[in-house]
Design a protein around this ligand. Structure first.
Ligand SMILES: [Zn+2]
Ligand SMILES: [Zn+2]
Length: 112
């Protein structure tokens, strides 16, 4: 069973402005929730990172390998311009990849 290895932000009274992921064990904890095989992190961690107050954390999520389409679409309308821009760039790249790969619905062996 796959497990989420994501840093999960948590409230830390000492740091009203949270540190970068992993820098402080009070601000971040390693998640160990079960996840679907093939996914990177659980929904709770994902949600926490999408809504994280630090734009750098949100931007890191954008450039991360394997961030899913829905997340990128949400971050494309981020209040922070640099995050939205990065997300749009990632979406465009995803678009280009989709164009290059053949339509999986097309079966050359199908008898039509
Ligand atoms: Zn802290
Ligand atoms: Zn998690």
């Amino acid at each position: 069973m796959a497990r989420c290895k994501s840093w999960r932000p948590k409230r830390h009274a000492k740091h009203p402005v949270p540190t970068k992921p992993g820098e402080c064990r009070g601000c971040w904890t390693v998640c160990r929730s079960r996840i679907e095989p093939g996914t990177v992190r659980c929904d709770i961690c994902l949600e926490a990172l999408i809504t994280h107050p630090d734009p750098e954390v949100r931007r890191a999520l954008v450039v991360e390998e394997g961030t899913d389409l829905n997340t990128l679409i949400r971050l494309a309308s981020d209040d922070e311009y640099s995050v939205a821009l990065a997300a749009e760039g990632a979406l465009e790249e995803l678009d280009n990849q989709t164009v290059q790969t053949p339509d999986p619905g097309y079966d050359p062996w199908a008898d039509r």
